[in-house]
Ligand binder design. Structure first.
Ligand code: ADE
Length: 422
């Protein structure tokens, strides 16, 4: 099919492979498929323009198909310069007639030009992973704020930014914090990132995790998942944290907990998962062993001080695809994966479709919720309604063929009472 849509993708001839990969992901996304069928019949998004800034993957493609089935008119751009799957981008344009602006490895200027192209679509709904579309709208495209019914935000880092905007009284439209739904962060952030981060590190380096010392910075949902899976592969895992409660939790989950200063001396592999900047600093880099591998799985490439690494290096070279080698003055070599960008999407394929099924079901149903409830929503950050969250859990279990018990009337009454004792 010749496309009618505006686009900037790497190569449209990659479309057939993209189509196959989108179909493969779809097999593992039954909740989203059920929503797509309903959307097709009910057209809840008919005529609404959406600017979506997400990782352009086969899973995202199935979300785009779902929104389109519901009647939406979408422009999709990348939410990270390295996470685009070029074959999927081509397939979306060529086979699914979705407007896409995304090329893997695009430079910063192109990345932001692509976001502007999505905003040029004059969206009534936004869908972000990292709040970049919302950032552009709140800086130099403010005249469009009034057109927007609401937005959705996929990730922890984005929700933190939006809550800061809300606190300053500067948020221009209501936003649903998709990340905060239980059916999103308890599964995507933990098991999705846990698996895909290890996958990214292994695909980039092919290192053996068994017997290695693996340092995880941050013990939020993402850090928990990475630590759990690294241990599962036989690594000795050290967790670093700034929050005493989380540090305690990591300790009682059986991990060694300590400072980055100390961990820097023994770690073979480092993975940052904090959402904050300067977690691995020049001082830490100087302490590291020869051969240490550095990766980040937080949203932005600010967790490892890459400028400091460049300053320390007397020479840099490509060690492997996605791995840069830095030789320091004393001959020590450090290896950085994927420029410190999210390793799971840069050197692997991101979270498996079965987990994105729930994340993107939340996105689709939140878009429908915003359209239906626009008149009652204020310029605030809202949680995903709990009925949507529970419905997604129920549907996911059903698609997995898992039945669960229900409360008897007597049990429900007992739970609702305060005066029934022994
Ligand atoms: N974020 C993490 N994994 C992803 C995936 N597979 N698709 C889209 N966004 C993601």
């Amino acid at each position: 099919m010749a496309t009618t849509k505006r686009h900037d993708v790497k190569d449209l001839s990659l479309a057939p492979e993209g189509v196959r990969r989108i179909a493969w992901a779809d097999r593992h996304m039954p909740v989203l498929a059920a929503i797509r069928d309903r959307f097709e019949a009910e057209q809840p998004l008919a005529g609404y323009r959406i600017a979506a800034c997400l990782h352009v993957t086969s899973e995202t493609a199935n979300l785009m198909r779902t929104l389109k089935a519901g009647g939406a008119d979408i422009v999709l751009c990348a939410s990270n310069p390295l996470s685009t799957q070029d074959d999927v981008a081509a397939a979306l344009v060529e086979e699914f007639d979705v407007s896409v602006f995304a090329i893997k490895g695009e430079d910063n200027d192109t990345y932001y030009r692509h976001i502007e192209a999505a905003v040029d679509h004059k969206p009534q709904l936004t869908m972000d992973d990292g709040a970049d579309v919302i950032g552009v709208l709140h800086s130099h495209r403010r005249e469009q704020l009034g057109d927007i019914l609401g937005g959705m935000e996929e990730t922890t880092t984005g929700v933190i930014r939006l809550k800061a905007l809300e606190r300053d009284g500067a948020l221009g439209f209501p936003v649903i914090a998709v990340n905060d739904a239980n059916t999103k962060h308890m599964f995507d952030n933990r098991y999705g990132t846990g698996q895909s981060t290890i996958d990214g590190i292994i695909r980039a380096t092919n290192v053996l995790l068994a017997g290695a010392t693996f340092v995880v910075a941050g013990y939020g949902w993402v850090g928990k998942g990475v630590a759990l899976r690294a241990r599962g592969m036989g690594a000795h895992v050290i967790v670093t944290e700034v929050d005493p409660l989380r540090a305690l939790e990591a300790t009682m989950d059986g991990f060694e907990v300590g400072t980055m200063n100390k961990a820097a001396e023994t770690g073979d592999i480092f993975c940052t998962a904090t959402g904050d900047k300067s977690v691995i600093t020049r001082e830490h880099l100087e302490r590291m062993k020869d051969g240490a591998i550095l990766a980040n799985t937080g949203h932005f490439n600010v967790e490892i001080e890459i400028p400091a690494l460049r300053q320390l290096a007397t020479e840099t070279r490509k060690a492997r695809e996605f791995v840069e080698e830095f030789e320091l003055e004393d001959g020590k070599r450090l290896f950085l994966i994927a420029e410190g960008r999210l390793v799971n999407l840069s050197s692997a394929e991101g979270h498996p479709a079965a987990v994105m099924d729930m994340s993107f079901a939340n996105q689709a149903l939140s878009a429908e919720y915003v359209v239906t409830n626009a008149a009652n929503l204020e310029r605030r950050v809202y949680p995903v309604p709990s009925e949507i969250d529970s419905e997604i859990a129920r549907l996911k279990l059903a698609t997995m063929g898992i039945e669960i018990d229900t409360l008897s009337e007597e049990q429900a009454k007992y739970l609702a009472s305060w005066d029934e004792g022994t």
